[in-house]
Write a protein that binds this ligand. Sequence first.
Ligand code: NAD
Length: 245
Amino acid sequence: MNKRLEGKVAVITGGAAGIGQAMAVRLASEGAHAIIADIASASGTEAMIREVGGIASSALVDASSPEAVKTFAGTLERCDILVNNAGIYPMTAFEDIRFDDWKRMFAINVDSQFLMAQAFVPGMKARRWGRIINLTSTTFWLKIASYVNYVSTKGANIGFTHALSAELGPFGITVNAIAPSLVRTATTEASELAGMFEALPAQLQSIPRLQVPEDLTGAVAFLASDDAAFITGQVIAVDGGMVRH
Ligand code: NAD
C-alpha cells in the first residue's frame, strides 16, 4: 500500500471498534503510527495493524474527560493527524430524553472533539502541519425520528469543523469532517438501527447497499495526506450518494 503517511503520528479516538478501528488500520497501513484512544481495550485493533505490518499503540482514555485527555496528551511526543471518531448514538424520543442523557451525548460526541483538538493543536501549530478529521453524520440532513440529541451533536461537529478550519488554516492545519450513512458495526447491529439495514440504502442511497466501515477508510487516508493539503472546512459525505449539501 501507498506509504504517504510515513513518519506521521495519528490519534484515533474510539478506534477499538467499528469505523474508528477500520480507519486506524488504514492509516497505519499507509505508514502512520496509529495510537488508539478508547475507553475499551484496543488490543484487537493493534493486532489487526500488526498483521498489515503497521505500527500501533493504544491507551485507555475517556475522550470526554478533560483530565483524561490532558493526561493522555502528556504521554505523547506528537500528534500530526487527529481523527475525532468516538461517539454514541442511542435513539430516544424527544420527550424521553433526560437532561443528563443530553449532556452525556454532548460530552462524548462534541466535548471529546474540542478537548482532543485543544490538546494537540499547539504541537501541530509549532510544526506547521496538522490534520483534524471529525466524524459527523448524514442524519444531520435527514428526517429521522428519536434522534434530536444525536443530530444536535452531529450538527455541532459540523459547526466546529467550519469554525476551527478558519482559525487553523494559516498554520498548515486542515480541519474536515466525514459524514457516513448508516454503517454496519457491532453497535448498529445490536440497536434498532439494524431494522433499517435493508430499506435505508435501497430507498435513500444512489449506491443501494449497506455501508461498511471500510467504505470510509479511503476518505480518511486522503484527508490525512498531503494530497488534501488545500482542502479544509469541508464536510465530505461518504454515504453512497444519499445526501446533497
Ligand atoms: P462504535 O460503537 O462501533 O464504536 C465507537 C467506539 O468509541 C467504541 O470503541 C467505544 O468504546 C468508543 N467510545 C465510546 N465512548 C468513548 C469515550 N468517551 N472515549 C473514548 N472512546 C469512546 O461506533 P461507530 O458506529 O463506529 O461510530 C463511530 C463514529 O461514527 C461516531 O462518531 C458516530 O456518530 C459516527 N457515525 C456512525 C454511523 C453508523 O451508522 N455506525 C453513521 C454515521 C456516523
